[in-house]
Design a protein around this ligand. Structure first.
Ligand code: SAH
Length: 222
């Protein structure tokens, strides 16, 4: 189905600048990240032209029981990831495609995996109409993309039950993974930054509590 809200508008641009101010006040200080948020039109990833809603700092349903992450969460994960121009970045959980475009706006080569068939095709169609270079794949994020590995950065945008071993194997030396890890009490996730050291060991740092949809194994058709 054609998305009729693909155009950017002055109204949306203005709201986006306000969103950037909100993110600044919430502790996002990385200028590269803020510039990317300012550049990517978030309203085109939503079903209808909810321009006002699109630029509030809120998560939003995108169908197939999934959500587009809250802008402050997207910005926080992106800042933590420390992306630089030209880096190869793997995203697990394409969802709406918004996070992937924010990474692409920074100049990363983005590879993103989504397991929900319907969402994958819907998002692929939207991405084809945007100027951001993102390669999307229908598959299981736990497997990663061995063909395109190794990666400089890996970002997981669903709650992970464990650190996916196959993804660790697809990281370069000194590569960084940002992953929301399920808390033992079953309530939400703790944001982890994992650095793969040159000797293969993993340095793990914790960055507070979040709430994501779960990372699931089998391909979903809903
Ligand atoms: N990054 C997205 C937010 C996605 S929400 C955005 O910017 O909009 C998490 C997504 O992860 C959902 O779309 C869900 O279907 C997907 N997902 C869950 N388990 C997965 C898996 N094993 N592999 C790939 N994607 C998965």
């Amino acid at each position: 189905m054609m998305n009729t809200h693909i155009e950017d508008t002055y109204r949306a641009k203005g709201l986006r600048q306000q969103l950037v101010e909100t993110l600044l006040s919430k502790g996002i200080t990385d200028k590269t990240v803020l510039a990317a948020i300012n550049e990517v039109p978030r309203h085109v990833f939503l079903d209808s032209s909810f321009v006002e809603f699109a630029y509030q700092d809120k998560a939003f349903p995108i169908g197939s029981g999934q959500t587009i992450s809250q802008p402050s969460t997207v910005a926080f994960q992106t800042q933590l990831l420390g992306v630089e121009k030209g880096m190869k970045v793997l995203e697990i959980g394409t969802g709406s495609g918004y996070q992937a475009c924010v990474l692409a706006a920074i100049g990363a080569k983005v590879f993103s995996i989504e397991r929900q068939r319907n969402l994958f095709f819907k998002t692929k169609e939207i991405l084809e109409q945007l100027p951001f270079r993102v390669k999307v794949f229908l598959g299981d994020g736990f497997e990663g993309l061995p063909t395109y590995a190794p990666f400089d950065r890996i970002i997981i945008t669903a709650g992970a039950p464990s650190i996916p071993e196959k993804l660790i194997a697809q990281m370069k030396d000194n590569a960084v993974m940002v992953i929301p890890m399920d808390n033992a009490n079953g309530e939400g996730q703790t944001m982890l930054k994992i650095t793969k050291m040159a000797d293969g060991s993993l340095k793990k740092e914790e960055f507070g509590g979040f709430k994501f949809v779960p990372m699931l194994k089998e391909i979903g058709n809903d």
